[in-house]
Design a protein around this ligand. Structure first.
Ligand SMILES: [Zn+2]
Length: 330
């Protein structure tokens, strides 16, 4: 990363050198034992360069390992060296093992892998997900989601999923919340949206027993939009509704596990979410609005009551097929 371009560079070498700033912008370190990471100048604090308050104790050759003692941060030294806002960030970086190796990852990609596609998007400044549901390119998908016969909370959940708004560690990090980015369930992978919902070892067995698995296993590692569009193509609307409910249940159970200490949440089958969907859809059928053509319209048009009188109009109907009553009042 510190090579110079030289005096007579080849086309290939010039191309490499051209892309070096992009690579430098996107590469960061995940701290293992800290021995490969220079404390000064490298991005190792949540994808950012460390802000030191004092360089006196360090030189350019010092590595992050000098801040670690017996597998833990040397808090006294960290407090001496870093600017106050970053002290807590450094101390909250998890150290899993003193034998763990430092790893580079790409901050453009939720999974940490650099691809030409992500690099191009980053360079063009549009690697953010779509932010407006009115964007014409995406309007087809939004209309599809809003048309599904699923509870509103599940529809809104999917809107948040596709905007990368659900609070996974990667999404939080992209909104400048100081978290490390690892999955809180498996403690190993980057906690991207697709990882949390489909790819985490802690939840994957729940998908494996469903009819969605043969499709899902081919795409679970992709971006959430790719997964969504792939399944939209392959599933019927009714199947997609079951899938949408199951995904919501996976996320809901993760919250139950993490915040309500419900240790059985991660091993529940997804049948319950299908049952909930069936209940919701039958209740919706029962309450469906009766077509106007079937409503008896009174022969006389409405007229105002005499002065000092109140008028109360009521109507009721019975739907024989659904065994339901309806009433209206003005
Ligand atoms: Zn995980």
């Amino acid at each position: 990363m510190s090579c110079s371009i030289g005096t007579n560079p080849s086309f290939v070498w010039r191309s490499f050198m051209w892309s070096r700033p992009l690579l430098q912008k996107g590469l960061a370190w995940r701290v293992g034992d800290g021995s490969r990471i220079a404390t000064i100048g490298e991005k190792w604090v949540f994808g950012k360069v460390a802000q030191l308050s004092s360089h006196l104790l360090l030189n350019d050759h010092n590595t992050v390992s000098c801040l670690i003692e017996h597998g833990k941060w040397n808090e006294h030294l960290v407090r001496q060296l870093f600017m106050p806002p970053q002290v807590d960030e450094v101390l909250s970086i998890p150290l899993f093992s003193s034998q763990a190796t430092d790893q580079r990852f790409c901050i453009f990609d939720p999974k940490g892998n650099y691809t030409v596609q992500e690099g191009y998007k980053a360079e063009m400044g549009f690697f953010e997900p779509p932010t407006s549901s009115s964007t014409s390119h995406y309007s087809k998908w939004w209309k599809f989601i809003w048309s599904l016969s699923i509870p509103s909370k599940v529809r809104i959940f999917w809107w948040r999923v596709l905007h990368h708004f659900i609070p996974t560690q990667v999404n939080l990090r992209s909104h400048h919340v100081p978290v490390q980015g690892f999955c809180p369930l498996c403690h190993f992978h980057s906690d991207s949206t697709n990882h949390a919902l489909f790819d985490c070892p802690a939840i994957i067995s729940r998908w494996k027993v469903t009819e969605f698995w043969p499709l899902l296993k081919k795409v679970k590692h992709l971006d959430i939009w790719d997964i969504f569009i792939w399944l939209y193509d392959k599933l019927s609307v009714q199947e997609f509704e079951v899938f949408a409910m199951g995904t919501w249940a996976i996320w809901n159970d993760r919250l139950q596990f993490l915040h309500a200490n419900d240790h059985r949440a991660l091993s529940r089958g997804l049948e319950k979410s299908s049952d909930l969907l069936r209940e919701f859809q039958s209740a919706r059928m029962a309450l469906q609005i009766v077509p106007r053509s079937s409503i008896c319209v009174p022969p006389n048009s409405w007229s105002a009551p005499p002065t000092d009188h109140l008028r109360l109009d009521v109507d009721a109907a019975y739907n024989d097929s659904t065994k339901s009553y309806y009433w209206w009042g003005d």
